[in-house]
Design a protein around this ligand. Structure first.
Ligand SMILES: C[S@@+](CC[C@H](N)C(=O)[O-])C[C@H]1O[C@@H](n2cnc3c(N)ncnc32)[C@H](O)[C@@H]1O
Length: 317
């Protein structure tokens, strides 16, 4: 009997009233928004997901109409490096209406799923969301506007962060403008090395009048397990510095380390509780949840990644 089952025998929460059952552990192929809609209310203890970032035109990241030419094509450096976003092209400069629409379109897209995420989570439950640095604020706003509380932003420090900021002087050299090249020597166009990824931590509010301590007894969530986290990090800080194991990786352009997902699952859930990843890609969240004896449900639109995730659950679980 899990801790939560034991507590449920004492206090019967309103949300327990029959609304169908969760699907069995595993990966379902299809549209995440529709699939989350099919889940019972207040049935999931943790949503842990690396959602599409909305900044590229790759198949796994397309959310909008992509009317902006800045999304298409690839710079010579990107083409050579085989970058994750092969079609990202030149930087978005924010001048055209299409450029300015991208953040709003991302917010609108987040609103298509955020209210359903809130519905399926248990009160006090966490949603831990990897979102791209550039549009993460729109994701937070859409989730807040859907009823979530924004708790914190964690930083995942990643060792392998490609850095492709172009030398400005190289542009002038190609133009034959030696004076400008000298003046702008040392300057770059682009971003600093992206060594951290934000992990947004939002929670579903618990019932008015109840305390978090009451909520933990009823729903089994709401607090965080510092002792469990300390197996993965040197201090209870909101920076998670952990990389890939040898030979891990190469299954998805934005694959995350299993150990990182395990740390986040242990931070917020107990054995026997349910972890949902509505955009599961190659299934890293599910592999981590399975290893930690949690229940796991993943949704993925791309059949190839669905197969990858299923294979991993067979081989690595
Ligand atoms: C950022 S990736 C997740 C990768 C994952 N972290 C891993 O370790 O493999 C997001 C995934 O969401 C999927 N996706 C995008 N839109 C979707 C939708 N509407 N329904 C289901 N999956 C979708 C993409 O195919 C992609 O694999």
């Amino acid at each position: 009997m899990t801790h939560e089952t034991a507590n449920r025998q004492r206090i019967v929460p309103a949300e327990a009233a029959g609304e169908g059952a969760l699907p069995p552990d595993g990966v379902l192929a299809g549209d995440s928004v529709a699939l989350v809609r099919s889940l019972p209310s207040a049935s999931v203890h943790l949503i842990l997901s690396d959602i599409p970032y909305g900044i590229g035109a790759e198949d796994w990241d397309v959310l909008h109409t992509n009317t902006n030419s800045a999304y298409l094509g690839a710079s010579p450096a990107q083409a050579k490096a085989g970058a994750v976003f092969k079609k990202r092209g030149k930087p978005i400069n924010g001048w055209s209406e299409a450029d300015r629409a991208i953040p709003r379109e991302y917010y609108d897209w987040c609103l298509t799923w955020a209210p359903e995420w809130l519905r399926v989570l248990k009160p006090g439950g966490s949603a831990l969301v990897f979102a791209g640095r550039r549009l993460a604020h729109r994701c937070v706003a859409a989730m807040e506007d859907s009823g979530f509380s924004y708790k914190d932003m964690l930083a995942w420090m990643r060792a392998r962060a490609p850095h492709r900021a172009q030398r400005l002087s190289a542009v002038y050299e190609r133009r034959g403008d030696a004076a400008a090249a000298r003046t702008w020597d040392g300057w770059r166009v682009g971003n600093l090395r992206p060594t951290f990824e934000p992990v947004l931590w939002l929670t579903k509010p618990y019932r008015i009048g109840a305390t978090l301590a009451d909520n933990a007894l009823i729903h089994g969530v709401g607090a965080y397990n510092q002792e469990a986290l300390m197996q993965y990090v040197s201090g209870p800080e909101n920076v998670l510095d952990m990389g890939f194991a040898p030979k891990e990786g190469g299954l998805h352009p934005t694959q995350k380390p299993v150990r990182l997902m395990q740390a986040l699952i242990e931070l917020t859930t107990q054995e026997g509780q349910t972890v949902l990843d509505p955009f599961c890609g190659s299934g890293t969240t599910l592999v981590a949840a399975k290893a930690l004896k949690r229940r796991f449900i993943g949704f993925e639109a791309d059949e190839t990644y669905v197969e990858t995730a299923r294979k991993r659950l067979r081989d690595e679980g």
